[in-house]
Design a protein around this ligand. Structure first.
Ligand SMILES: NC(=O)c1ccc[n+]([C@@H]2O[C@H](COP(=O)([O-])OP(=O)(O)OC[C@H]3O[C@@H](n4cnc5c(N)ncnc54)[C@H](OP(=O)(O)O)[C@@H]3O)[C@@H](O)[C@H]2O)c1
Length: 307
């Protein structure tokens, strides 16, 4: 699955990049892709954590190579693109996995609430957590800059290399069920994000700026933004919409977004019940889609779902 024969009859390896891959779902996605024979560039913003993670992957079929990548830093993004250009001259798979929760949490207070996974997922925990999860403006800016602008920065820099894929390029944007449109109280925002024909990056970014303005003025609830992880939720909803914009722009690629499941990782303070092995299945399946597979779609783990 991870190799091809090129026109000269030589065996070519499939090349993938995974962002935010020093731990959690990203790390496991690297491992599962390498198991399928893919050469994977494991990226992490912290060099030490990334090198250690890379060294811990042993015995898989595909090679795992480390390269530093902070998705918030344009120089770091440019340096990764240059590295891939020099080493491989093309890219086949991009998994935009790096993510930030965008909130300040009293972890001990949260644990003491003993919220069960069903309550978390249903949205019923929104009021319960307000005392222990704080949405600050600064954390919201970091969240949007990582989850949406970071993904866009990396994608734009790597598109020219993906266009040279000999296998058919795949982009997987790791989203969240917090992105689902039914969770956004404001009807106008919902319909803007659902209107595929009129979606543009400018429109999406205007929406994000409006969110930040409302947050600054303390009116996010009054303006109908999602109150469970407000910045995270809108960042992932916009990421899904961006996925649809990209899929329309690059019809030869398979570009999809995926909720990996509710997984036991640092980003949710280990409240999720699923293992990272289960969580990586959706991203890996979409990274290895056969030619002619779906594009511009949202998946809940390995199943296609409604936005
Ligand atoms: N776990 C879940 O239940 C769940 C559910 C829905 C969606 N997701 C999504 O799944 C993805 C992976 O999250 P996870 O659950 O595996 O959490 P995680 O273990 O906390 O991993 C998050 C990763 O993102 C990296 N990251 C953060 N900011 C970055 C930046 N500026 N540049 C590069 N890397 C950065 C982190 O690096 P550091 O180690 O340096 O901080 C870490 O490697 C995220 O997009 C998340 O939103 C997770």
């Amino acid at each position: 699955m991870g190799t091809n024969n090129n026109s000269s009859g030589e065996t070519e390896e499939k090349i993938a990049v995974v962002t935010g891959a020093n731990k959690g779902i990203g790390f496991e996605t690297v491992r599962q892709l390498a198991r399928q024979g893919v050469t994977v560039i494991l990226t992490a913003r912290d060099e030490k954590r990334g090198i250690e993670a890379t060294a811990s992957i042993k015995g898989e079929v595909g090679r795992v190579i480390f390269h530093q990548l902070d998705v918030r830093d344009p120089d770091s993004v440019a340096s990764l693109a240059q590295f891939i250009q020099t080493e491989f001259g093309r890219l086949d798979i991009l998994v935009n996995n790096a993510g930030a929760s965008g909130v300040i949490v009293d972890v001990e207070g949260l644990k003491a609430l003993k919220i069960d996974p069903m309550t978390w997922l249903s949205g019923k925990a929104t009021n319960i957590v307000q005392g222990v999860i704080q949405q600050t403006y600064e954390a919201a800016e970091v969240c949007l800059d990582t989850n949406y602008y970071g993904c866009k920065r990396v994608t734009q820099a790597l598109i020219p290399l993906l266009q040279r894929s000999t296998f058919g390029a795949r982009i997987v944007n790791v989203s969240s069920l917090r992105s689902e449109l039914g969770r956004i109280p404001n009807e106008e925002t919902r319909s803007k994000l659902a209107n595929v024909d009129n979606l543009t990056e400018e429109g999406l970014e205007t929406l994000l700026q409006r969110f930040l303005e409302d947050l600054k003025h303390g009116v996010i609830e009054a303006k109908g933004w999602c109150m469970m992880l407000p910045a995270y939720s809108i960042s992932k909803a916009v990421l899904n919409a961006y996925t649809r914009v990209l899929a329309k722009r690059y019809p030869d690629m398979c570009i999809n977004c995926v909720h990996p499941g509710y997984v036991d990782t640092d980003i949710n303070w280990h409240t999720g019940p699923m293992t990272v092995e289960e969580g990586a299945k959706g991203p890996v399946m979409l990274a290895l889609l056969p030619n002619g597979g779906p594009s511009g779609r949202y998946f809940d783990q390995t199943e296609m779902a409604e936005f």
